[in-house]
Design a protein. Structure first.
Length: 118
């Protein structure tokens, strides 16, 4: 894991409004914004406000938050009119492609997505 603490990641700074972002959704538990290097015409990141470094570090007490994130990403997909389909990706750990160690979900859509993804 990088030297940054979970409270001092790029995403934590976006939550604190220290770094600007194109925010598309926010509630008490999470925040969603457009990716600055999109991998699809629609590429939105959804982050919990609670700093969980990666999915494998979520605790039993985080179950409701994890469910909220999945429900919220589906609501954002509806808001973005991704009626033809979309993909939700969670990269976990270095070999999983995670580069910011603050749990986040990628919402990708508005184009056909190939398989396998990696």
């Amino acid at each position: 894991m990088p030297a940054d603490s979970p409270e001092d990641t790029l995403f934590s700074k976006i939550i604190r409004r220290e770094i600007p972002a194109d925010i598309v959704y926010e509630d008490d538990l999470c925040l969603a914004f457009r990716d600055i290097t999109p991998q699809a015409p629609t590429h939105i990141l959804l982050i919990p406000k609670k700093p969980i470094p990666q999915l494998g570090e979520a605790a039993a007490g985080d179950k409701a938050l994890l469910g909220h994130l999945l429900y919220t990403i589906s609501e954002i997909a509806r808001q973005e009119k991704l009626d033809d389909g979309y993909r939700v990706v969670i990269n976990t750990g270095k070999n999983g492609g995670q580069t910011v160690f603050h749990l986040h979900l990628h919402l990708l859509g508005d184009r056909a997505l190939g398989w396998p993804p990696g």
